[in-house]
Structures are given as C-alpha cells and as structure tokens.
Design a protein around this ligand. Structure first.
Ligand SMILES: CC(C)(COP(=O)(O)OP(=O)(O)OC[C@H]1O[C@@H](n2cnc3c(N)ncnc32)[C@H](O)[C@@H]1OP(=O)(O)O)[C@@H](O)C(=O)NCCC(=O)NCCS
Length: 207
C-alpha cells in the first residue's frame, strides 16, 4: 500500500538529510492559486498561454481533487494540475502544467507529483492520463506515445510529444479524434465497487 493510498505520513530520511528539506505533498486548494501562478510563470514564461494544452485548459476548470502541490517547510515549491478531457472517446485527464521551482529541481519532486496525480486519476476512474511533454522524462513514469497525429489539439503540437498512461484496456484504440475539455464532475466510468472510486484528500505525505 502506497503512502498516498493510506494517506499516512511517509518519511524518506535519506532525501531529507541530503537536502535538509521538509517536503509535504498536498491536494491543491484555492489558497494555492496565487503561488501556483507564480511557479508556472517562472517555469514557462508568458508563452505558456499560447500552448495547445493551455487552450484546452481555457475551456474549463481543472480538477482540484486530482491536482497536487509540494510544500517545503510550508512554502509551495511545485505543482501539478489535472484537467478532465474527452480525447477521441476516452474520458481521461490532461496532466499539466507540471513545474518545480529551480531551487528544488532534480530531487524527485516532479516525478513524485506525476506519480501521485496518475494514481489519483486511476482511483477516480479516469480512462487515461494524457500530456504533451518530453518522452525521456515521462516514459519511465508509465507514459507511452499516442499514435502519430491520432489526437487533434486546439493548436499545433509536436505529435512525438503526445503521451498517455493508458488506464482502460482499449485506451489506445479509442484515442482518435479531437481532445477537448469535459465536465469532470460526471464520473468517467461507473465503478462497480463504490469504495474503489472513493477519493481521499491528500493532506499529509511528508518526505
Ligand atoms: C521538468 C521538471 C518538472 C522536472 O522536475 P524535477 O523535480 O526537477 O525532476 P525530477 O527530480 O523528478 O527528475 C529529475 C531527472 O529528470 C531529468 N529531466 C528533467 N527535465 C527533463 C526533461 N525535460 N527531459 C528529460 N529529462 C528531464 C533530469 O535530468 C533528472 O535526471 P536524472 O534523475 O537522471 O538526474 C522541472 O525541471 C521543471 O519544472 N521544469 C520547467 C517546467 C517544465 O518543463 N515542465 C514540464 C513540462 S512537460
């Protein structure tokens, strides 16, 4: 059982000693909005609003229950957001932006945020986690290439950077067509076992 699943405190002493950090991963809430904006501005600059993925995010809100921040000693230093999307006929989630402050890069924080977000999406019944990103970073985290040009974004993307964690068995077959925002308050799939779909807010994973 992972730290996320049992919502317990998990201490990685080695990392803590190495970097003298007190890291906690939390479910995003509105109090994080301003600092997340600053982190994304620092990471991506003004061009971030013109990206094709940003155009999808403009269509509707992200899902806070699947979006997470990392705080170091109370200061938010990294963020990942997830937006519900319909991609072809797949009811999935678009991962991003993912950003870690320069002071905290290369300590596994980005990877951990992706892991937590993907795990949370699976628990919520999402059929896929999709993103536009660098394959060398995301492939080891379970992402696979989407068939070349299978998805049409509301703007140009490099088709080689469109990646997916397929959750439903036939995800790849159904990832054909346009990708648009969808209303995430409607469950992606109806869970046979309601407990399996129950979300636990992440409030206390310390690293
Ligand atoms: C990309 C980013 C989120 C990675 O977060 P991080 O916490 O520093 O990364 P992690 O500690 O989890 O992983 C570090 C490893 O990933 C590698 N890595 C970082 N960015 C990479 C990239 N774009 N492509 C391939 N590898 C990358 C590092 O070289 C390092 O490799 P190593 O473990 O072999 O030394 C962070 O650098 C960042 O915020 N960048 C600016 C915004 C951005 O590009 N976001 C991603 C959009 S797709």
């Amino acid at each position: 059982m992972s730290a996320f699943e049992n919502n317990s405190v998990c201490l990685y002493g080695f990392l803590g000693l190495m970097y003298k950090h007190d890291l906690v991963y939390l479910t995003e809430d509105a109090s994080h909005d301003a600092v997340i904006e600053l982190i994304n501005e620092e990471a991506f600059g003004p061009g971030r609003f013109t990206r094709a993925a940003a155009r999808i995010r403009e269509q509707g809100p992200h899902d806070r229950t699947l979006s997470f921040i990392c705080a170091d000693d109370g200061e938010t230093i990294a963020s990942v957001r997830m937006t519900p999307v319909l991609a072809g006929s797949v009811k999935g989630h678009l991962l991003g932006p993912l950003a870690v402050r320069p002071s905290h890069k290369n300590q596994g924080i980005g990877r951990e945020l992706v892991r937590i977000a993907v795990e949370a999406a699976k628990r919520k019944g999402s059929e896929a986690v999709i993103l536009v990103g660098d394959p060398p970073y995301y492939d080891p985290l379970g992402f696979e290439k989407v068939a070349y040009n299978a998805l049409t974004f509301p703007g140009p993307v490099d088709a080689n950077r469109v990646l997916v964690v397929p959750i439903a068995a036939d995800t790849h077959e159904r990832l054909h067509g346009s990708i648009v925002w969808r209303d995430g308050s409607v469950p992606a799939v109806v869970a046979e076992d309601e407990d399996a779909n129950e979300m636990v807010p992440l409030t206390a994973i310390a690293v």
